[in-house]
Design a binder for this molecule. Structure first.
Ligand SMILES: Cc1ncc(COP(=O)(O)O)c(C=O)c1O
Length: 483
């Protein structure tokens, strides 16, 4: 016995470093805080994009300890200074997030106390926070109080949860799969078809509905398509609308689609991952009319609420449909899973052990209220109008006026337009002081501007325009020479 106790004591001493003293904690905290402050203070001058083809290779687990200084230095050089600087206000590509500082404080608390957010019994407080956040989202979108929701890791998983609920509500399995029809548009985010594959619906009939000149689903085509599919003996069951398309910033006609879905008894899912929180902006609120008719909805706080990556929300009206795919018991959970306790987040999504991600959202909403978020979203809409004017002044062709904050542009260079705009974007990327991404619209190469980072201010847009203007002049010269 004594031998065993001695061994335990030796092992305890060897692993004591995992529980640093208060002094050491303070020292490490202050070093990390100093690094974070230097990073944030330097953001305005930092590059937004540094292209790197090589895999950073200083991350090997050698088994030996390293000092916090060395780790921070590696972090700076190999992580923070390579690729897209997603914290930068110059990030106008893809769908930028931002990463407000208060969320880091929320994460810090959640990590230190290590709440087990998947189960009410384990952390009633964490579950209550997440429930309050879901209730707030339900309220924003006029969902009924009996609707349920989940804070997932992002829009893709949130969409997956909703689509699985649609599948189960309509009993799409076995032989029914190949006869069942889902409707979406060419502007629907690709995570939707990916989710359909993951949930076993790869073989259903997918109808890509035509869109109008502003990228919105044409509801006349939806009605017609449903009618024809029924005539063919098929089983229409799902329509996916977008409240904010990734490429074009468009909001589908939600009220019309919702009305059709009610009449036809189809599940109406709205992917509002990018655009949903613009409902806080009074100037565009009417675009969201009808969203309350949907059966499920996804909205990403790590996009429209400027939170750091790793949080997407889903709300679903039919609790039993969500339970069908997610609720499961086990003998070893018998103390925690009790019918008289509130619903567990683990009953509403695939995760059991769950990071307390609600804290990164709840803390900033408590600290600031919702006003600054609404103002920031309005500002992004105004900046989108501003950048379009500036781009027009430079001679660019512009995509149609977007509903929200993603727009696209291209320089007309005749038969060489695609090559011209590719070259222009390459120069922008090589410089890296601002970042734009590209897409194809009806097969044509265009440059996208997505304004959603809370740090994108008028100064960031002016800097981006100066960069584009400079690269445009160089591209013109290059193409004048080669033509
Ligand atoms: C409209 C839309 N839906 C879904 C997603 C996927 O979300 P995530 O990247 O958080 O998984 C995105 C991402 O940009 C999006 O824009």
């Amino acid at each position: 016995m004594q031998e065993l106790i001695d061994r335990i004591r030796t092992l305890e001493a060897k692993s004591q470093v995992l529980e640093p003293s208060e002094n050491l904690r303070n020292e490490e905290l202050s070093r990390v805080a100093n690094y974070a402050n230097a990073f944030l203070n330097g953001l305005a001058e930092s590059k937004t994009f540094v292209f790197s083809e090589e895999m950073p290779d200083r991350f090997d687990i050698t088994g030996q300890p390293r000092s916090i200084e060395e780790i921070l230095s590696i972090y700076k050089q190999e992580i923070a200074e390579k690729g897209i600087n997603a914290a930068s206000g110059g990030h106008l590509g893809y769908i930028p997030g931002g990463g407000i500082f208060a969320s880091a404080l929320g994460d810090f608390l959640a990590d230190v106390t290590n709440e087990y957010a998947g189960i009410f019994y384990a952390s009633p407080g964490a579950v209550a926070v997440e429930t309050a956040l879901i209730d707030w989202i339900k309220n924003l979108f006029s969902y009924p109080s009996e609707a349920v929701g989940n804070l997932a890791s992002g829009g893709s998983i949130a969409n997956l949860i909703a689509l699985a609920a649609a599948r189960d509500k309509h009993g799409i399995k076995g032989d029914r799969i190949i006869k069942s029809v889902a409707y979406l548009s060419a502007q629907t985010h690709h995570c939707v078809t990916k989710a359909l594959r993951i949930i076993g619906l790869e073989d259903l009939v997918l109808r890509t509905l035509p869109i109008d000149g502003r990228s919105r689903i044409r509801t006349d085509a939806l009605t017609e398509s449903i009618r024809k599919d029924r005539e063919l003996g098929l089983n229409p069951f799902l329509v996916v609308g977008s409240a904010g398309t990734t490429d074009t910033g468009a909001v589908d006609p939600l009220f019309e689609i919702g009305t059709i879905c009610k009449e036809e008894n189809l599940w109406f899912h709205v992917d509002a991952a990018y655009g949903g929180f613009f409902i806080l902006a009074a100037s565009v609120q009417t675009l969201f009319k009808g969203i309350e008719l949907s059966d499920s909805l996804v909205v990403d706080p790590h996009k429209g609420l400027f939170l750091p990556y790793g949080i997407g929300a889903v709300i679903v009206k039919d609790r039993d449909a969500v339970f069908h795919s997610n609720r499961a018991g086990a003998d070893y959970m018998q103390d925690a899973f009790k019918d008289d306790l509130p619903v567990n987040p683990s009953d509403l999504g695939p995760e059991l052990t769950k990071h307390f991600r609600g804290m990164r959202m709840w803390l900033p909403l408590q600290l600031y209220g919702t006003g600054p978020f609404a103002a920031c979203l309005e500002e992004k809409l105004a900046l989108t109008k501003y950048i379009r004017i500036k781009l027009g002044d430079l001679g660019f062709n512009l995509g149609p006026e977007p509903d929200l904050s993603v727009t696209y542009f291209w320089m007309d260079w005749g038969a060489e337009s695609d090559a011209f705009n590719r070259h222009l974007l390459k120069l922008i990327h090589d410089d890296g002081s601002s970042y734009f991404s590209s897409t194809l619209i009806e097969g044509k190469f265009v440059i996208r501007s997505a304004i959603l980072s809370f740090r994108t201010r008028i100064g960031s847009v002016d800097r981006a325009i100066a960069l584009i203007s400079d690269c445009l002049a160089k591209t013109r010269k290059h193409f004048d020479k080669t033509s």
